[in-house]
Design a protein around this ligand. Structure first.
Ligand SMILES: NC(=O)c1ccc[n+]([C@@H]2O[C@H](COP(=O)([O-])OP(=O)(O)OC[C@H]3O[C@@H](n4cnc5c(N)ncnc54)[C@H](OP(=O)(O)O)[C@@H]3O)[C@@H](O)[C@H]2O)c1
Length: 219
């Protein structure tokens, strides 16, 4: 299956591309910096230049046509302010979802974040509040669309080696951490599980093998 990954040079995205290519899928990485093309190619993906803050819907739809699924793995990242949380984490996802509808790509996995769906805690700093609002608004937009969506809300991400063992469940889990390796493995399992469409799932480290956790979470 061809899987288009927005934010294709991100830390989760590169892991996801390696896993997909390794199992014979065809990952396509949307990147905004030509200097990132070699890295995504080394991960087994085809690179397509696309900046989610400047592209129009038709440009993104053109990149999606013929794909079996799309994954939103972009993010404004640490160090960015409230305006880019809105421009990337919300508007980038909305643009990708609109383009998926236009291109007829129905399967859509969105990387959101634990904390989305709730008002930010009292005393939260403005940038974190803007991030949580952007993720919440992006989720709400996606759920309103005629797409086979899955919203995945990981806890705090680490670069530790993956364990293959997770806790995955409908909201709300206690806050926790999870490795980017394990997030990528869960996304691969979600893409292979059509019944995960329509689910919002939270993800932290745990004791259940990924395939089993996905099966249990959607049954
Ligand atoms: N950090 C955490 O603890 C945490 C927890 C839960 C969820 N998340 C979410 O998990 C997701 C992935 O995390 P990650 O660590 O893999 O992120 P990451 O390494 O920061 O990757 C994000 C990617 O988005 C790309 N991007 C930014 N602006 C873009 C634009 N305008 N157009 C196209 N691409 C753009 C970046 O490209 P450039 O290199 O060109 O900027 C980067 O490759 C994000 O949505 C994040 O919000 C994070």
């Amino acid at each position: 299956m061809r899987v288009v990954i927005a934010g294709g040079h991100g830390k989760i995205a590169l892991r996801l591309e390696r896993l997909l290519a390794g199992q014979g899928d065809e990952p396509v990485a949307l990147v905004r910096d030509p200097g990132h093309e070699a890295d995504v190619q080394a991960a087994g993906a085809r690179a397509v230049l696309c900046d989610l803050e400047t592209a129009g819907v038709e440009e993104v739809a053109t990149a999606l046509r013929g794909a079996g699924a799309v994954v939103f793995a972009a993010g404004a990242g640490p160090g960015s302010g409230a305006a880019r949380k809105d421009a990337v984490d919300r508007a980038g996802s909305v643009l990708l979802a609109e383009a998926a509808e236009r291109a007829g790509v129905r399967r859509f996995v969105q990387i959101s974040s634990m904390g989305a769906g709730q008002a930010p805690r009292a005393g939260t700093d403005d940038v974190w509040a803007a991030y949580i609002k952007a993720k919440t608004d992006a989720e709400d937009d996606l759920r309103a669309r005629d797409l086979e969506w899955t919203v995945l809300r990981p806890g705090g991400l680490t670069d530790d080696p993956g364990t293959g063992l997770v806790t995955l469940a409908a909201p709300s889990l206690p806050r926790g951490k999870v490795t980017r390796d394990d997030v990528a493995a869960v996304i691969v399992a979600l893409l292979g599980t059509p019944d995960s469409a329509g689910h919002t799932l939270e993800l932290v480290e745990g004791t259940t093998p990924v395939a089993e956790a996905v099966e249990a979470a959607v049954s």
